[in-house]
Design a protein around this ligand. Structure first.
Ligand SMILES: [Zn+2]
Length: 486
């Protein structure tokens, strides 16, 4: 896993993740928070930062942020304070962003990730609420070659910022952390975590130090990386670069660096752009945010079962493997669908097997996500029952799934279209095969009739073989026993 990191050094990584909350309106005004609308159509004096406009806090944003923080095992602060973070940037008309500083909404959380040698706890320092800034556009309008345009639709959209302790020790752990974090947030339903639309953004702080050293090395910040894979790559590059600088006897410069995925390397930003002194002070236009116990309890009651707990329960309840549970809980909707199918079907384990053996492979071959599968979970449950009750064979099921994927139709529909096929229950062919087998194997027949009943298995195998696996095993069993006992 850590193959790329040189033995003598140890990377130390902390992440800052911004997640956009799925509220209808912005955090301090009633403008729509919807993505992808014509530029500057969702704006008002508040989110344009006009003088005298007063922010009003969106209750839903607070509840979503709290729900996410609870899912990340954070302690909710009873009183949190909004603060102004002052800086100048063209997409920030107020000249400050309303955020939280020394009294954030939530603190002291953690999530477990899979790491080398088992589980590892990554601590979460804080989760706080803030507003998003607008967006600078460099393309997609007539004068784009020599002008920059500003779209303020995003200005004032609610965000949570999730900050970790520097507990992450490799690019792979960072990748795993982000994967688990996204999974948890998606389960809570407070964000769609869509990275292409900027609903989830990640900055990484990274430093290296000689292995065993306690003191942290000088860190750099890698910003604006828009996929988990790129974050892993950017960290890998940055760790290697820092080690080279140190080994050359030079010093790491504390700076912000941007990752260029096409070149696979990071670049330092001009130092002028990063001289930050935000001069935080409490936001005078907003009251302290008070989350009393009653409100907290009300929100905690809405917390859904989270992925890790769900996996453990599913293993227990449906008798499936941990790997099955991992695959089947990759999204909440898949897990919900699986559970309803597993409960509806005669045999949950068979449903889990079918999903993985028949569904996943075909989806992968077609490049489809489970959400776009032609065969629904209801279809999987129905097909599982048909096999379970011996109406169709495993081979027939495979053929029907092939047809379903070919024609992009669900299983029940294909089953109807194919005239509700059944495996043969006409026993005359099987009886004929069995008569021949009895004639050809007198010794085995004698053993059976002398009391060695296990010999029946030999005949069942032979009959199945002769039917090329098409026969219904239950019926074969009946025919074999009947013939041997007559
Ligand atoms: Zn507004």
């Amino acid at each position: 896993m850590d193959g790329t990191i040189r033995a003598g050094f140890e990377p130390v990584i902390g992440l800052e993740v911004h997640v956009q909350l799925l509220t209808e309106s912005k955090i301090f005004c009633s403008c729509s928070a919807r993505f992808g609308r014509p530029p500057n159509t969702h704006v008002c004096p508040v989110c344009l930062g006009l003088p005298g406009a007063l922010p009003v806090l969106n209750r839903k944003a607070v509840e979503f942020a709290t729900l996410a923080a609870m899912a990340l095992n954070c302690q909710i602060r009873e009183t949190s304070i909004f603060a102004r973070k002052n800086y100048f940037y063209p997409d920030l008309p107020k000249g400050y962003q309303i955020s939280q500083y020394d009294k954030p909404l939530a603190e002291h959380g953690w999530i477990d990730i899979a790491a080398l040698g088992g589980k590892k706890k990554i601590r979460i320092t804080r989760v706080h609420l803030e507003e998003d800034a607008g967006k600078s556009l460099h393309a997609g309008f007539p004068d784009a070659a020599d002008k920059t345009a500003i779209d303020l639709n995003r200005s004032g959209v609610p965000l949570i910022e999730i900050v970790t302790e520097p507990d992450i020790a490799s690019p792979d752990e960072a990748f795993e952390f982000l994967t688990r974090l996204k999974e948890i947030i998606l389960y809570t339903g407070v964000s769609d975590c869509n990275m292409e639309e900027g609903s989830l953004r990640c900055d990484a702080n990274v430093s290296v130090r000689p292995r065993g050293e306690q003191k942290l090395g000088t860190k750099t910040e890698v910003k604006n990386v828009n996929s988990f894979r790129f974050i892993r790559d950017a960290l890998g590059y940055e760790i290697e670069r820092q080690i080279e600088v140190i080994e050359a006897g030079e010093k790491i410069v504390q700076e912000t660096r941007l990752y260029d995925p096409s070149e696979g390397r990071t670049y330092g930003m001009r130092s002028k752009e990063q001289a930050h002194d935000y001069r935080y002070f409490p936001e005078p236009d907003l009251l302290p945010l008070v989350m009393d116990t009653e409100w907290q309890t009300e929100i905690r009651d809405r917390l859904p079962e989270l992925p890790e707990a769900r996996r453990l329960r599913m293993v227990e309840q449906f008798g499936i493997t941990a790997h099955d549970a991992q695959v089947l809980t990759s999204t909440k909707s898949l897990a919900d669908q699986f559970e309803s199918a597993a409960k509806a079907a005669k045999n949950a384990k068979r449903v889990a097997n079918l999903v993985q053996s028949e569904l996943m492979g075909r989806l992968k071959a077609k490049g489809l996500e489970i959400e776009n599968s032609p065969v629904s979970m209801k279809g999987v449950a129905e097909s599982a029952d048909l096999v379970e009750s011996g109406i169709i064979s495993g081979k027939m099921l495979k053929d029907l799934y092939d047809l379903a994927f070919e024609r992009a139709k669900d299983f029940p529909q294909i089953y109807e279209e194919e005239g509700r096929p059944q495996q043969s229950t006409d026993t005359s062919v099987l009886e004929k095969i069995m008569d021949e087998l009895i004639a050809a194997n007198p010794k085995q027949v004698e053993q059976y009739r002398a009391g060695k009943k296990t010999v029946a298995g030999f005949f069942v195998g032979q009959v199945m073989k002769a039917s090329k696996g098409q026969a219904n095993p239950q019926i074969v069993n009946q025919v074999v026993t009947r013939k041997l006992e007559s």
